[in-house]
Design a protein around this ligand. Structure first.
Ligand code: TEU
Length: 532
């Protein structure tokens, strides 16, 4: 059935945060050999592709999102040989490997930047964004860094400012310079030739800034409880029209190789997000859709966002859904342990490629990080306002042994205090666990083309109830989700409820048949197969 369907449409993506997946060499930080050890687990889980947060040489000011060498592996994670071994082993399991790629900025330790800042007439000066201050003094414009403060850093030696959308240790490359484009395309080819199956491009919507560097306007909706970056609307610093040509060029680099994927990390509302599919779909294959991460967890809000997203998609564009990542609070803590099961069913029954974040499949919560163990520079710059990302980056709990089987030593971030109960080994033995639910959902999705490839149609949204249908070539399944804590009685008055339960989030109703009525317990989701 799937012969002509690209893997990134029919498959399931799984994000690994390499520092926290598996430590193989006893330094408390995960590494590539560790990931190789855990490939059988990922194979058993049933996902199709791994994307790895950055593994390149880096001073780790932003934990690898500050790259000092695009074509190497940081010794913390291993060697290029280890990487080749990982790609080969993953491919043997039928797993694709997607790299996290950070072309918007480098580390300030990258040789390109070291050259660039050395003098005003250095050939690489224009590889970054350098400007004089304003005549009256101060930085060239009012743009803010996402991580707090001005996004301009004054360089004493050459008496100019450079632009950094994130940390001052992360200077932005100048994507208007053709040499920069060429250099980055060469880096992409280096990894594509090594066998990687695609890239997740970091902050794709940031790549090009306004050529006139106009001031950003104030955000009329700003309130003091929000992070300082939100004081302005990033109208001129992000999502510029010229970015789409840059993305299309990246896509051309990808398309010179067989069967690879280009994914964009883009935080924009649906109408702006879908522009990143590109004219004639010649942009990103999958502009990440983060809508589920920020929506309020109600049936109405979710139904509306699915509808809005589906309507915004250009003809032929393939949708995708993300429930969590290394920058946002864990889903289990956002919506609670019970609703996290409903969320799992939603993610794996929606139309479009799902991305799982490591550990969500065992119900990992956001971990409370004591002040003396905070590592995230975002939290260190803006303490106490809730921007810290360490709590969603904690070590994977594999079993109940000390340090959760993640490491022989105390890891770089603490494990969840409940790891002895919620871990892969114990959940594997428990037929009703979160892990068992994820495995059943993934299995069902793989078996049923309705779920992988089928159309989506909203059937009903009322109170806490969300019901939709997925249909493919005359076959269909019904998904009914209870977004609330109280039970809901469904009757045939609103929908056809005859059929067989394929799966309940409680894992206890398989093969139950219904002839017109159905009772959903609080926080229960079911997948129903109507009779032929
Ligand atoms: O994150 C980008 C990102 O999450 C922010 O730009 C986001 O838009 C902001 O929090 C406001 O909502 C990527 C990486 O995923 C992150 O880990 C890096 O720190 C960052 O880029 C810089 O490379």
């Amino acid at each position: 059935m799937r012969e002509n369907i690209p893997w990134w449409k029919s498959g399931i993506l799984y994000q690994i945060y390499p520092r926290s997946f598996q430590d193989s060499d006893g330094d408390g930080v995960g590494d590539l050999r560790g990931i190789i050890q855990r490939l059988p687990y990922l194979h058993e889980l049933g996902v199709d592709a791994l994307w790895l947060s950055p593994i390149f040489p880096s001073p780790m000011e932003d934990f690898g999102y500050d790259i000092s060498d695009y074509i190497g592996i940081d010794p913390l994670f291993g060697t290029l040989d280890d990487f080749d071994a990982l790609v080969a082993a993953a491919h043997d399991f039928g797993l694709k490997v997607i790299l996290d790629f950070v072309p918007n900025h480098t580390s300030d330790q990258h040789p390109w930047f070291v050259e660039s800042r050395s003098s005003k007439d250095n050939p690489k000066r224009d590889w970054y964004i350098w400007r004089d201050g304003r005549d009256e003094g101060g930085p060239p414009n009012n743009w803010l860094s996402e991580f707090g403060g001005s996004s301009w850093e004054f360089d004493e030696r050459t008496e100019q400012y450079y632009y950094h959308a994130f940390l001052r240790a992360q200077p932005d490359l100048n994507w208007r310079n053709p040499e920069v484009r060429q250099a980055i395309h060469d880096v992409m080819r280096f990894w594509l030739r090594r066998g990687v199956d695609g890239f997740r491009v970091d902050v794709m919507w940031h790549l090009i800034k306004d050529d006139l560097l106009r001031d950003n306007p104030p955000n009329p909706d700003f309130t003091p409880d929000r992070q300082p970056y939100e004081r302005l609307l990033p109208l001129y610093s992000t999502d510029r029209p010229e970015v789409h040509a840059v993305v299309a060029e990246m896509r051309q680099v990808i398309d010179a190789f067989d069967d690879r994927v280009l994914i964009g990390e883009i935080y924009l509302p649906p109408d702006k997000l879908v522009a990143y599919y590109g004219r004639d779909l010649a942009g990103a294959h999958l502009p990440f859709n983060f809508a589920l991460i920020s929506t309020s967890w109600t049936a109405q809000a979710i139904a509306e966002l699915i509808d809005g997203y589906e309507k915004a998609l250009p003809p032929g564009a393939w949708p995708n859904w993300v429930l969590g990542n290394h920058d946002r609070r864990r889903i289990a803590s956002r919506v609670g342990a019970d609703q996290a099961r409903v969320a799992a069913m939603l993610l794996l029954t929606l139309r479009g490629t799902p991305t799982l974040y490591y550990g969500d499949e065992v119900g990992m919560p956001q971990v409370e990080i004591p002040a003396d163990r905070v590592r995230d520079p975002f939290e260190q710059n803006l303490p106490g306002i809730g921007v810290g990302r360490d709590g969603c980056r904690t070590p994977m709990p594999w079993d109940a042994t000390p340090h959760g089987g993640f490491s022989a030593v105390d890891p770089w971030l603490p494990l969840d205090t409940n790891f002895a109960r919620n871990n892969v080994a114990t959940e594997r033995e428990d037929a009703a666990s979160m892990l068992s639910l994820y495995r059943a959902l993934i299995d069902l999705r793989r078996k049923r083309p309705e779920l992988t490839l089928g159309s989506y149609r909203l059937v009903s949204v009322a109170g806490d109830l969300l019901v939709f249908k997925r249909g493919y070539r005359g076959q269909r399944v019904l998904v009914a989700l209870n977004l609330g804590g109280a039970s809901i009685a469904l009757t045939a008055a609103t929908m056809s409820l005859r059929g067989r339960v394929l799966l309940s989030t409680f894992m206890d109703r398989q093969a139950e048949t219904t002839d017109g009525t159905l009772e959903l317990r609080g926080a229960e989701g079911i997948i129903l197969e109507p009779p032929e």
